[in-house]
Design a protein around this ligand. Structure first.
Ligand code: DGT
Ligand code: CA
Ligand code: CA
Ligand code: ZN
Length: 573
């Protein structure tokens, strides 16, 4: 419902409607999104009277939408513009004003139109555009094309959980698993791969195509089915026997590169391996009859069990042969987390509400790190407001039993690598997260030096979202990861694994190197609401993908160890 209201606001803007009207829809979307309770049911029953931020006109529309799943007003508005125009809003840096101008003056109605217009140089000539903007738009289009058909791991996680739950209820289904890139915790996935064991594969495949999430059926056969879900993602199902299940699970989990290496290892031992089992390729090879789960396949090949997150053929097979794989961190190991916002800057919940949710989740501590004064669009705190927040945190701590808030700041790294607050202010905090939020265009060398200089500050406890990337939306700025990791090791600065599903930054491919240098990781949700704290689950999965053990993760430490760490000078940590 919020998305529809949001889109109506955009469409009204395209139509040059009264800004007050536009704002009413945007405000309505915000209210719907933040509503505590079952807003769909309430709207369907016409029970939204008196809800602040939703006027009478919106109320009627929400009722229609909640009750029927459609809104005629919205559909009519949409029909006034070419279908392809909406994709333009997904491009970084294009707001409604620019889209409108492109549409009205150049007749741009799709991403393809826009690409052609940029390539012919016409976009640069429009008022308020210029050559730089035109080049930026072309970059955004390239990213858009690369991202086509990809979905965020964080977005599909609840969907996968719900499909697994439904499959488990089926009377003809025994074992159930999700395989593929999802099981390996890739930051983005193309499609979802489900696997079940059954004696009735055909029936199970047919029933799979009738799941409530299904939009359309792509294929339905004897042992496999493919469907497209309502959110656009494709889902494949394979139905196998109990005996085949471990082999199929191993095969369909991938990655392809991992499987190729595993298969060639099997061949060296005299067996071919596929999704159905082992077959002897030499006369003296004896096919095992004790493979009951995936683990048994690895054991038979002389390997330690390789967790799915590690299966990318990046050294895991060699390590497994040496029995040298790390024991990976688990979300249950996490005791708290450090990069979280409140209503003081751009968060949606208060200090108290964030603390309450953290306690609810079983955390021992929660670090608060609101924006600093230079990030004005996020209502960054100046010195006075920050110190008032520190005092409020100290007061709250006095009243908690066995839980603790840590007072921090997400302090902006300025252009030259100096910080948004003086040392005299920073020294009054428990810790600080330093992040880059502007001047993304600096050269790789300038950006690297800027970040390293910030890490050299005694008060910078950890580095926030290293590259600033937004998955599928915006590439990170240029920065030399290797140099930053070396500098973090030298200065004893923690690096954050920002586990907001859009970021997952620093990228999993760099953590093993950081770990080897002795750099600690802090898994931080960058929570802007109580819901955001739940991102820790996906954060733990990405940390596992980065080969991290409990000892590599700072926020797996108990509260007293954390407090002692903060009280120790960096050089002694
Ligand atoms: P994606 O692109 O996000 O869906 O990534 P995956 O890894 O889920 O890829 P997908 O869905 O095409 O296939 C699932 C797994 O099945 C893949 O990780 C490994 C296995 N697989 C698929 N095709 C092949 C193949 O041609 N050779 C081998 N060795 N394995 C394959
Ligand atoms: Ca897949
Ligand atoms: Ca697939
Ligand atoms: Zn930030």
């Amino acid at each position: 419902m919020a998305a529809v209201l949001e889109e109506i606001a955009l469409l009204l803007e395209l139509r040059d409607e009264n800004p007050f009207k536009v704002r009413a829809y945007r405000q309505g979307a915000e209210t719907v999104r933040n509503f505590e309770g079952d807003i769909v049911r309430l709207a369907a029953e016409d029970g939204l009277k008196g809800v602040k931020g939703i006027g009478e006109a919106l109320r009627d529309k929400l009722r229609e939408l909640a009750a029927t799943g459609r809104l005629e007003f919205h559909e009519n508005l949409r029909a006034e513009f070419p279908e392809g125009l909406f994709a333009l809003f997904d491009l970084q840096g294009l707001g409604p004003k620019k889209v409108k101008l492109l549409h009205d003056t150049l007749g741009v109605g799709s991403v393809a139109d826009l690409k052609a217009a940029c390539e012919s140089g016409k976009v640069a000539e429009l008022p308020g555009f210029g050559a730089k903007t035109q080049a930026k738009i072309l970059e955004s289009i390239a990213l858009h094309d690369r991202s086509a058909g990809l979905f965020l791991l964080g977005d599909v996680t609840p969907l996968v959980a719900s499909i697994l739950d439904t499959l488990r209820l089926h009377p003809e289904i025994g074992l159930v698993a999700v395989a593929g890139s999802f099981r390996r915790a890739k930051e983005t996935v193309h499609d979802l791969d489900f696997l079940v064991s059954t004696r009735e594969p055909r029936l199970v495949c047919e029933d799979f195509t009738t799941l409530p999430e299904v939009e359309s059926i792509i294929a339905c056969g004897e042992t496999k089915a493919s469907v497209r879900l309502k959110n656009g993602i494709q889902c494949d199902l394979r139905a196998v026997s109990n005996a085949q299940f471990p082999f199929a699970l191993q095969y369909f989990t991938g990655s392809k590169e991992h499987n190729v290496a595993i298969r060639s290892l099997a061949l060296k031992k005299g067996f071919s391996l596929n999704e159905y089992g082992f077959t002897a390729t030499s006369p003296d090879a004896v096919v095992p009859d004790d493979i009951h789960e995936e683990r048994d396949i690895y054991r038979f090949l002389g390997l330690q069990f390789i967790e799915p997150e590690l299966r990318e053929n990046r050294g895991e097979i060699e390590a497994a042969a040496d029995h040298a794989l790390p024991r990976l961190v688990a979300v249950e190991n996490l005791r708290g987390t450090f990069h979280n916002h409140t209503t003081a800057s751009d968060g949606r919940h208060t200090l108290e509400e964030m603390a309450e949710e953290a306690m609810e989740l079983g955390m021992q501590y929660l670090g608060i790190a609101d924006h600093s004064k230079s990030t004005t669009i996020a209502n960054g705190l100046d010195e006075e407001r920050l110190l008032a927040q520190v005092a409020a945190i100290r007061d709250l701590n006095a009243g908690f039993g066995g839980f603790r808030l840590f007072a921090g700041s997400e302090v902006d790294i300025l252009r030259d690598g100096s910080l948004d607050f003086e040392d005299g202010i920073l020294s009054q905090l428990d810790y600080c997260v330093a992040s880059v939020h502007n001047l993304f265009h600096l050269t790789e060398d300038e950006m690297t030096r800027r970040i390293c200089r910030a890490m050299e500050n005694e008060h910078v406890t950890m580095l926030g979202h290293l590259t600033g990337r937004l998955l599928l939306k915006r590439d990170g700025y240029a920065v030399d990861h290797q140099r930053v990791i070396d500098c973090a090791a030298e200065t004893r600065t923690i690096i954050e694994l920002n586990c907001n599903p859009w970021r997952l930054d620093m990228d999993w491919r760099w953590w093993k190197r950081a770990r080897d240098k002795g750099v600690l990781c802090s898994i931080n949700p960058d929570a802007h609401s109580t819901d955001g704290l739940h991102f820790l689950g996906i954060g733990a999965r990405l940390a596992r993908k980065g080969w991290l053990a409990r000892g590599d993760v700072f926020n797996a430490r108990p509260v007293d160890d954390v407090a002692a760490f903060f009280a120790t000078p960096k050089s002694k940590r």
